[in-house]
Design a protein around this ligand. Structure first.
Ligand code: DGY
Length: 304
C-alpha cells in the first residue's frame, strides 16, 4: 500500500536494512559511497546507517528534509547542525532494550565465570585435570552488586534480569541514585547505559576507573568514548579489573593490547544483533519515513 505514497519523495540510504518493513520503501536509492562523491540535489530523506552526518555531508544534500537514523544512539548525527538547517532527525528507540540487556547479562556471565577463557582452554586441549582443581574460579552473580550507570529503558531491563540472578542492583542517573564515584567504589560489576552526549563523553575517566574495586568488572554496551579507552586498556593490562566490551572508541578498531588478554571479553557491537530486534529497528525507521512522506507527525523524533 505504501509504494505509491513514497513516489514523490526521493529517499537515499547508506545501506540496506534487514526485515520485511524495508520493502515498503520501493523507490529508495542505495548510495554506493558515503559521503557521496558529488552533491545529490533532490534527495529529501536520508536513511543513515552508522555514518557521520554533519555540516560537510549535509552540504552535499541541499534538499534534505529528514535524517532517519538506524539505531537508538544517534551520536554520529550532528543534531544541532540538522536543527539549524530545519532538518528533523529520527532514531529507533524502544525496540532494542531487551536484546541489549540480554547481551549485557551475557557479558557479565562471560566475565564473572570465565566462559571465554574456559572455552579456549578446552579447544586448545589444555583441559588436563579433574574439575575440583582451583582453576577458573569465578564469582557468583547472586549476592554480588551490580552498579548501573544510567537507568533508562535499557538499564531498567538489565536491572530486572540481574535481580532474577540474585544480584543487588544500585544505580546512578541524572535524577538520583548513588553518586557515580560511590557506585564505582562499591559495585562488583559496573555496567554503562547512558547515551553518548557532550555530558557523558569521557564520563568514566582515568580517575574514575581507578575507583573501581580490585577484581571488579566493567561492562560497556553503550558507546566506547564514554570511557577513557587508553586508561581502560592500562587497567586491563595490569589485570586489576576485568571487562566485557561490545563498543569501542574507534570501531571497528579494537586496541591491540586487549586482544591477548584473558580478563576481557570482546564482541563487535552486537548488542542489538538479533534477527527480531534488527527487523523491529527497521520497522521503526520505515514508519518514521512513511509518516514524513504522508505529512504526518514523526513517531520518534530526536529532540535535544
Ligand atoms: C544503537 O541502536 O544505538 C545500538 O548501539 C545498536 O546496537
Amino acid at each position: 500500500m505504501l509504494g505509491g505514497d513514497t513516489g514523490a519523495v526521493r529517499i537515499a540510504a547508506t545501506q540496506q536494512l534487514p526485515g520485511p518493513a524495508w520493502a515498503e520503501l520501493p523507490d529508495l536509492e542505495l548510495l554506493q559511497t558515503w559521503p557521496p562523491a558529488q552533491p545529490l540535489p533532490g534527495v529529501e530523506v536520508l536513511v543513515a546507517v552508522v555514518v557521520p552526518v554533519g555540516a560537510e555531508e549535509l552540504d552535499l544534500l541541499p534538499d534534505l528534509r529528514l535524517v532517519a537514523n538506524y539505531g537508538a544512539g544517534y551520536d554520529t548525527v550532528d543534531v544541532a547542525e540538522c536543527r539549524e538547517r530545519g532538518i528533523p532527525v529520527t532514531n529507533t528507540p524502544g525496540v532494542l532494550d531487551a536484546a541489549v540487556a540480554d547481551l549485557t547479562l551475557a557479558l557479565i556471565l562471560a566475565c564473572r565465570r570465565h566462559v571465554v577463557t574456559a572455552d579456549r582452554l578446552v579447544r586448545e586441549g589444555r583441559w588436563q585435570r579433574r574439575w575440583a582443581q582451583p582453576e577458573l574460579l569465578g564469582h557468583d552473580l547472586a549476592g554480588s552488586t551490580l552498579g548501573l550507570v544510567g537507568l533508562g529503558r535499557i538499564g531498567s531491563e538489565v536491572a530486572q534480569r540481574a535481580e532474577a540472578f540474585g544480584m543487588h542492583v544500585v544505580f546512578n542517573r541524572r535524577s538520583g541514585g548513588l553518586p557515580l564515584d560511590e557506585l564505582l567504589r562499591t559495585a562488583d560489576v559496573v555496567s554503562l547505559h547512558v547515551p553518548l552526549t557532550d555530558e557523558t563523553r569521557g564520563l568514566v575517566s582515568r580517575e574514575r576507573l581507578a575507583l573501581l574495586r580490585d577484581g571488579s568488572t566493567l561492562i560497556n554496551t553503550a558507546r566506547g568514548t564514554i570511557v577513557d579507552e587508553d586508561a581502560l586498556v592500562e587497567e586491563l593490562v595490569s589485570g586489576r579489573i576485568s571487562a566485557g566490551l561490545d563498543v569501542f572508541a574507534a570501531e571497528p578498531n579494537v586496541p591491540e593490547p586487549l586482544l591477548g588478554l584473558p580478563n576481557v571479553v570482546l564482541t563487535p557491537h552486537i548488542a542489538s544483533a538479533t534477527v527480531e530486534t534488527r527487523a523491529a529497528m527497521t520497522r521503526v525507521l520505515v514508519d518514521n519515513v512513511l509518516a514524513f512522506v504522508r505529512g504526518e507527525p514523526l513517531l520518534t523524533p530526536v529532540d535535544r
